[in-house]
Every structure is written in structure tokens, then in C-alpha cells.
Design a protein around this ligand. Structure first.
Ligand SMILES: *Cc1c(COP(=O)(O)O)cnc(C)c1O
Length: 393
């Protein structure tokens, strides 16, 4: 496999029985091949480099991949969250229920529109928003639920739908991790009012930067299309009108070109992720200090997040990160609990509010997982982790 060029070779301890490695293993890496390069060159040569025929084809093919009736390609998933919340009618003072275990984008766009994120803790086993606590968090001003399919596993949409229906709320799925995630035989992001996907390079497929919203509602998608691009309405007479506020959040064709090539290879990427995860599961055993992620049907394995009780090992998490780093491995921390960030503390949140998310946020490590990894890479990560757990490192 190819390694990122120009990265410093890892420092290695003199001899602890690890085979010599010459390159750093990142926790994620996009798989870019000749297919992507050819599609991009084709776009560059065509004279049409921004949004055009490839972005439209990408939208059709992405919608077909998920089974959603409509998809709109965007410059990022964050843009999708932004215009999605506007289209859903979110207003200042409204409340939206979100898990604290997510990326900042999910929460920030609620805040941007003057509304209030209401955090609800996650299940310790599945790391998904705890639907029993969602019900308890619904109040007078609650207008919707914004769940995350964490790590690529589906959250319990059916339970959330019951709560939403009873309280008259919308559900907007953050499926940024969910490209390829299935629930009850359907791709996630295809059953609720609206969903959003991300194609950032860390995600299961990439357009470099980019995202998409999906919906089965044609009128709603038209509204999102307007919000995506300057609020413009095209009349049948060829004239345009600016009917409402709109942003500039379109996906250029050069990016869509990468996406088209990635889509064609996506099932293979996700199969490879699952194979590598199976190797992790064969090689690692859960214990008092090591919690492994829950395996499950429909998982796209966006991330393989373990929890390590570093205090019980007499270490800090920073210490663990540097041990991995000394052995040429980069691990991630997805995610620190959102409610403890300064912005959300301003809403009155603090330590002790969501103990499950806080514990995960403090202990989680994202082990390397990407399609171009080799079995030897997984073995090296597992050997390093095992050595750490047994006190040899
Ligand atoms: C990556 C991510 C986003 C944002 O995606 P961008 O395409 O980078 O804007 C939103 N939510 C979650 C859960 C994510 O992981």
C-alpha cells in the first residue's frame, strides 16, 4: 500500500519485538486512485469545473445509492445542517435535541440560528442517543430531534420516530458517518423528513470537501435548492427571481468527479472496512480496561472507537496517544463531549450533566481504519495496544 509522502518516519523504541516500520499509520486516509484522477482531469479539460453536469449526475447516483428520492450535493455537511435547519423553520428560541457525542457542526448550526441545543446522553453500549432520555427532554419549545448515526452504526430511529410523532417533532438525521449504513433493510437517511451526509476526506467516501442532503419530499428539496444558491428561483420564462435568502453552498464538478469515482467503489471500501474490523475483533479482547465498540447489522464502520481506562493503567490519555505515536500510529479522539466546550457551557451545561458521554469523551480512542490498510497494519495496532494494556509499554 502507499503511504502519505513527506510524513516524518515514526520514532521507534530500540527493540521491543515490533517489526521495523518506515511510515506513520494515520487513523484515516482517503483512497484515491486512477479512477478519481481520470474523472477530475476529465472535468478540468471539459471547461466546466464548477457545479454542472457531474454534480447533477452525482446527485442522481448518490440518491440511487441510498434509495432517497432526492439528494442535493453541497459544499459540506455543515452547509446541509445550516440550510436544512432553516428549511425546517428553526427559529430563535426553539429547542433541538442532540447527542453530546458528535462533531461540533451538528450543534453549531442550531446555535447559529439562535436556537438552543438540548443535549441528551448516549447509551453506554451503542454510543447512540438514548431514546428514553429523549422523551424526557421534550419541552414546550422543542421542535425537532437531530440524532447522529454514531461511528457508522444506525441509531434507533424507530424509537425516536415514536417520540417525535407523539410530540409533533421533526427528525433531521445527521448521517455524516452513515454512508453505507443500513437499518431495517433500508439505507439510513431515507425515511425521515431530512438527512445530511458528509464527504469530508475522513468519511467513508469523499469529494475532498462536500456533503449532501436527502429527502423524499420534492417541495422541500426545492426549498433547499433555493437556500443552497442565493435564494434564486428560475422561472419557466428563463427569468430569475430572488425570493428568499440563500447562501453559496454548491458542490463544484471537480469535487463531484471525485465523488462519482468514489461512489462506484464505495461498496468495496465498506466491505474492506468490515474485514479489517473483523480482524480487530478477533485480535482484541474486551476487559475491565478495554471496551470494544458494539458490532451490529448495517454498520458502515466509519470508525472503530475503543474506550481505555487509562487511569487504571496509571496513564493519561495524552500518554497513551504518545505511546501509539512512538510506534508510528496515529489514533483519534472522537469525540470530546460537546456540552463541555466553552460555547455550550454558556447554555449552562457542565461536568456531570451527561456522565456517559463525558466518560466516553475522556477515554475514547479511534483506532486506524481505512480501506487501504493492510492486515499487517491492524496487527501492528493490536500488538501495540496489547503491549500497552499488559503494562509492557
Ligand atoms: C464530519 C461531520 C459533520 C460535518 O461534515 P462536513 O462535511 O465536514 O461539514 C457533521 N456531523 C458529524 C457527526 C460529522 O462527523
Amino acid at each position: 500500500m502507499r503511504r502519505p509522502e513527506g510524513e516524518a518516519p515514526a520514532r521507534r523504541p530500540a527493540d521491543r519485538g515490533f517489526r521495523a516500520r518506515t511510515a506513520f499509520l494515520p487513523f484515516s486516509r482517503p483512497t484515491i486512485g486512477q479512477e478519481e484522477i481520470d474523472e477530475v482531469v476529465d472535468s478540468l479539460r471539459s471547461g466546466w469545473i464548477t457545479t454542472g453536469p457531474k454534480a447533477e449526475r452525482f446527485e442522481r447516483e448518490f440518491a440511487a445509492f441510498t434509495g432517497a428520492r432526492h439528494a442535493l450535493a453541497l459544499s459540506s455537511a455543515t452547509a446541509g445542517l445550516h440550510i436544512g435547519l432553516i428549511a425546517l423553520g428553526l427559529r430563535p428560541g426553539d429547542e433541538v435535541i442532540v447527542p453530546p457525542l458528535t462533531w461540533a457542526a451538528t450543534v453549531n448550526m442550531i446555535e447559529l440560528l439562535g436556537a438552543r441545543p438540548v443535549f441528551v446522553d448516549v447509551h453506554p453500549g451503542t454510543l447512540q442517543i438514548d431514546e428514553r432520555q429523549v422523551e424526557a427532554a421534550v419541552g414546550e419549545r422543542t421542535v425537532g430531534i437531530l440524532p447522529v448515526h454514531f461511528g457508522g452504526a444506525p441509531c434507533d430511529l424507530e424509537a425516536l420516530r415514536r417520540v417525535a410523532a407523539a410530540a409533533g417533532l421533526w427528525i433531521f438525521e445527521d448521517a455524516a458517518h452513515g454512508v453505507g449504513t443500513r437499518l431495517g433493510g433500508r439505507h439510513v437517511g431515507t425515511t425521515e423528513k431530512l438527512s445530511v451526509f458528509s464527504f469530508h476526506p475522513i468519511k467513508n467516501m469523499t469529494t475532498i470537501e462536500g456533503g449532501a442532503v436527502a429527502s423524499n419530499d420534492e417541495v422541500f428539496i426545492k426549498r433547499l435548492e433555493q437556500l443552497r444558491f442565493h435564494g434564486i428561483d428560475k422561472g419557466s420564462d428563463g427569468n430569475i427571481d430572488v425570493a428568499a435568502w440563500g447562501g453559496k453552498m454548491n458542490l463544484p464538478d471537480v469535487n463531484a468527479a471525485v465523488g462519482l469515482a468514489q461512489l462506484a467503489r464505495l461498496d468495496g471500501f465498506n466491505r474492506r472496512r468490515r474485514e479489517l474490523v473483523q480482524q480487530y475483533f478477533r485480535r482484541l479482547s474486551p476487559s475491565d480496561v478495554l471496551v470494544l465498540p458494539a458490532d451490529g447489522k448495517g454498520h458502515s464502520w466509519h470508525m472503530f472507537c475503543v474506550c481505555i481506562d487509562h487511569a487504571a493503567l496509571g496513564k493519561t490519555r495524552a500518554g497513551l496517544l504518545s505511546l501509539f505515536s512512538e510506534h508510528g500510529i496515529s489514533v483519534g479522539t472522537h469525540y470530546p463531549a460537546m456540552h463541555l466546550f466553552s460555547l455550550y457551557r454558556q447554555f449552562g451545561y457542565g461536568e456531570g450533566d451527561f456522565p456517559v458521554a463525558e466518560k466516553i469523551g475522556a477515554q475514547t480512542l479511534t483506532l486506524p481504519l481505512f480501506p487501504a490498510m493492510t492486515e499487517a497494519d491492524v496487527e501492528h495496532v493490536c500488538a501495540t495496544l496489547t503491549a500497552i494494556l499488559s503494562g509492557r509499554l
